[in-house]
Write a protein that binds this ligand. Structure first.
Ligand SMILES: *[C@@H]1O[C@H](CO)[C@@H](O)[C@H](O)[C@H]1NC(C)=O
Length: 138
C-alpha cells in the first residue's frame, strides 16, 4: 500500500496556508465592495415622483446623513461588478466606465438641510479591486 496518510498530512498545512493567503488578499476588496454596495447599490425600483423622500429616507437609514452627495444605482450588484469583468471601458489610470447605462438617483444635501433627489440614467465610472467594484465616481 502506498503511504498516503503521511503525505497528505504534510500537504494539508500547505493547502490551508494557500487558502488563508488567498482569502486574506481578497478580504479587503470584498470589504470595500460590501461598503460600496451598502453606499451605492439599491436594486429597488422607484416611482418617478418621490425622489426627495427616497433620498431623505435612504440617507438616514445608512447613517451617512449630511454627506454632500450620494448616488444610488438601481441595479443588482452583479450588474455593477460586471463592469470589472468586461462590462467596462478603461479610463487611465485606474477607472472603468460602464458600457451599459444604469438607472440612478443622485441625492444632494441642500440648504434646507434635506436631500434633493435627481433620477437619471447614464453610464457610471467605478474603480475595481479583484474584479469587484469598490468606488463610484460621483
Ligand atoms: C431641499 O430638499 C427638500 C426635499 O428633501 C425640498 O423640499 C426643499 O425645497 C429643498 N431646498 C432647497 C433649498 O433646495
Amino acid at each position: 500500500m502506498a503511504p498516503r496518510g503521511p503525505r497528505l498530512a504534510l500537504l494539508l498545512p500547505l493547502i490551508q496556508l494557500t487558502v488563508c493567503l488567498a482569502l486574506a488578499s481578497g478580504q479587503s476588496c470584498r470589504d470595500r465592495n460590501y461598503r460600496f454596495r451598502w453606499n451605492h447599490v439599491d436594486i429597488r425600483r422607484l416611482s418617478h415622483t418621490r425622489h426627495n423622500s427616497y433620498c431623505n429616507m435612504r440617507m438616514k437609514k445608512m447613517s451617512i446623513y449630511e454627506k454632500a452627495v450620494n448616488t444610488f444605482i438601481h441595479a443588482p450588484s452583479e450588474a455593477v461588478n460586471f463592469i470589472c469583468m468586461g462590462g467596462g471601458i478603461r479610463i487611465p489610470p485606474d477607472l472603468l466606465r460602464s458600457k451599459r447605462y444604469f438607472k440612478l438617483t443622485t441625492c444632494t444635501y441642500n440648504k434646507s438641510l434635506s436631500y434633493t433627489g435627481r433620477y437619471h440614467r447614464r453610464q457610471i465610472v467605478v474603480r475595481c479591486c479583484h474584479r469587484l467594484a469598490t468606488y463610484l465616481q460621483e
